[in-house]
Design a protein. Structure first.
Length: 311
């Protein structure tokens, strides 16, 4: 039986986290500034307390067992709580107005910075760190307690989060103004079966939504290119390489100046939503709560203005 996890130490957990990150005792020792024997002893003591093997050797290095991963998750929660406490103490001491870490999926970069700018005018002493990445990067950051809040279209299913609505997020099909389909009247998806598509990479939120749309209509689009960013997709479509299913919020400027046109497709746009999410078990200090409240009540004001979209 376990001797009692209540007797574990931060140094033991940090040694375990360093081993998980580095894959070896040598790498772990360098990360926590201890000798290799000291790291080995820390891990042995932690394993005695847990009463279960925490590490296994593989051909690819040392890996955590299921029990080890449970303690790693505990370590992440404790480190997040320590960081939160530090911020709270700084705020109580009057040394700072607070710091907030925000994550946003890449498609949200077309409105989130404007919302943050407006918030910063109201709360100039709150420092905001914004990280933009693909959905998996932001999901992992929320999972690992690295973000106070995140802006995304599909809240993570493997994390217990609180979700608040920002506003609608329409998705459309676009082409360059010179593309042959651009001048045609109302189309159906089947009319595009012979066209080539420029898409986001497999696994992106936009790609998954597009695939679901075509599968529901028993169609298989001809994909010419896969791109890792909305900007590259847009430029490729403008160049006439194909058409694209894309977030309307990413192409507001190009629609306004005529470089892109919306294809009038029966059943489009597909409308999803933007959400602001936070991990329920992560302590929310007043600065982070202020950002959360602002995004949920005022965030829709900063969504890109779009032409009238039929449904």
């Amino acid at each position: 039986m376990p001797a009692g996890l209540r007797d574990l130490t931060i140094r033991q957990l940090r040694s375990l986290a360093a081993l998980a990150a580095g894959g070896s005792i040598t790498a772990a020792a360098g990360r926590v500034n201890l000798t290799q024997p000291a790291v080995t002893q820390q891990l042995r003591n932690l394993q005695d307390l847990a009463g279960l093997p925490l590490v296994q050797r593989t051909t690819e290095g040392m890996r955590l067992t299921e029990a080890g991963r449970e303690l790693l998750a505990l370590s992440q929660r404790i480190e997040a709580s320590i960081a939160t406490c530090e911020l709270s103490l700084e705020a109580l001491a009057g040394r700072t107005g607070g710091k907030v870490s925000i994550g946003a999926v890449s498609t949200a970069k077309y409105f989130v910075p404007y919302a943050i700018a407006a918030f910063s005018k109201l709360y100039p002493k709150i420092d905001i760190k914004l990280a933009v990445g693909n959905r998996e990067t932001i999901r992992r950051a929320v999972h690992d307690y690295e973000m106070d809040i995140a802006i995304m279209g599909r809240p993570p299913s493997d994390v217990n989060v609180e979700v608040q609505l920002i506003g609608d997020h329409p998705h459309i099909l676009v082409a360059s103004g010179q593309h042959p389909v651009a001048s045609r009247d109302v189309l159906s998806l089947s009319d595009l079966s012979g066209e080539v598509f420029i898409t986001r990479e497999a696994g992106s939120g936009t790609r998954l939504l597009m695939e679901g749309l075509f599968e529901a209509n028993n169609l298989h689009p001809r994909i010419r290119m896969e791109m890792g960013s909305n900007e590259t997709v847009k430029q490729s479509v403008i160049a006439g390489l194909g058409i694209a299913f894309i977030s309307a919020h990413t192409v507001a400027s190009e629609l306004d100046d005529g470089r892109l046109v919306i294809l009038d497709i029966d059943g489009l746009p597909v409308v999803r939503q933007w959400f602001v999410v936070r991990r329920k078990d992560k302590i929310m200090l007043p600065p982070a709560q202020a950002v959360l409240d602002f995004m949920s009540t005022q965030g829709a004001r900063y969504l890109p203005k779009l032409p009238q979209l039929s449904r």
